[in-house]
Design a protein around this ligand. Structure first.
Ligand code: SAH
Length: 304
């Protein structure tokens, strides 16, 4: 699809890009293909798409995956989504809903035990589309998220999905380039966002997407970010609430030395802090972005 095609499509459905919904539509087919490739889709995969909009990515997903559920907030896209439903009556569903309020707990139900297909949470049967064993790889209630969403909800959506009770197995998202770089950062450049994502999975930048790949063009460049979620968490944290309280308190003084923030922001005893840091071999002068996740976990365990 090029700008001309997109404008024609919008005109024929009497639509205009709505800034309050963060609508920047993808017009570069090579980017669409790169997103679909990054999602690594098989014929028995269930996909959750957020923000289908004009449905260009949606159609590409429906061609590959066993089942696609798309959640769109803007009811103006109803006619477009209905037209996609006509083309993919068996494996496409959509809901007009806010992805930030959606109940991900009931997103998908699992495959029949005899492998004959699966039932979605609407009670519909979905027999395997393909009997090709190379394409039918995995069973279970796993699902993959693929989305081009407004950038102001990126952080919230990631947080909701990675901490959901039924987490997806992977998330492929377009994000602002700097946000993706921030999320994949290593100790030295870590942030609260990077730590919270890396606790649950492995983030990776699949590609950079220039602003001109969208209409209307956003002000910033984008990246295709893929997060592979751990099936079994790599890290063990006894008290996550306490863990994040400490991490956030320290990052509130991002440029400050960690022993100062621990004493001032968490009101801990000076000598105790010195003792804990020395036991963990953390320099009292270290800045929060320098600590590895392992060190944060140990710090969390030592602080009562
Ligand atoms: N996926 C399409 C559209 C991207 S624009 C494409 O790549 O071209 C972002 C889309 O997310 C819009 O359709 C917008 O209406 C939708 N959206 C915005 N906020 C949303 C929310 N909270 N929940 C679900 N969809 C949302």
């Amino acid at each position: 699809m090029d700008v001309g095609n997109l404008k024609q499509l919008l005109r024929s459905f009497n639509l205009k890009p709505n800034f309050t919904y963060g609508q920047n539509f993808l017009i570069d087919d090579s980017v669409l293909q790169a997103i679909v490739k990054a999602a690594d889709l098989f014929a028995d995969d269930k996909v959750l798409e957020i923000g289908p909009g004009i449905g260009n990515l949606t159609r590409a997903l429906c061609e590959r995956a066993g089942f696609v559920l798309s959640i769109e907030k803007d009811p103006k896209f109803l006619p477009i989504l209905k037209s996609i439903k006509k083309d993919f009556p068996k494996n496409f569903r959509f809901e007009i809903a806010d992805a930030l309020e959606f109940d991900y707990q009931k997103t998908f139900l699992s495959r029949h035990t005899d492998g004959s297909g699966f039932t979605d949470n609407y009670g519909n049967e979905h027999p395997q589309l393909s009997a090709d064993p190379d394409k039918v790889r995995r069973s279970g209630s796993d699902y993959k998220v693929v989305a081009n969403i407004p950038y102001y909800i990126t952080g919230k959506i990631i947080q909701i999905l990675i901490t959901a009770k039924n987490k997806p197995s992977s998330i492929v998202l377009l994000t602002q380039k700097e946000v993706a770089q921030n999320i994949v950062a290593k100790p030295g450049d870590l942030s609260v966002l990077a730590i919270s994502v890396q606790l649950y999975g492995e983030p990776q930048i699949v590609g950079i997407v220039p602003a001109k790949s969208f209409y209307p063009s956003p002000k910033v460049d984008s990246a295709i970010l893929k997060i592979k979620l751990y099936r079994k968490s790599k890290y063990k944290i006894a008290d996550e609430k306490k863990f994040f309280k400490i991490v956030k308190a320290c990052f509130a003084g991002k440029r400050k030395q960690i022993h100062n923030t621990l004493v001032n922001n968490l009101r801990l005893d000076k000598n105790l802090v010195a003792e804990i840091l020395s036991a963990l071999k953390i320099s009292p002068a270290a800045r929060p972005q320098e600590l590895s996740i392992e060190k944060w976990i140990k710090l969390g365990e030592k602080i009562k």
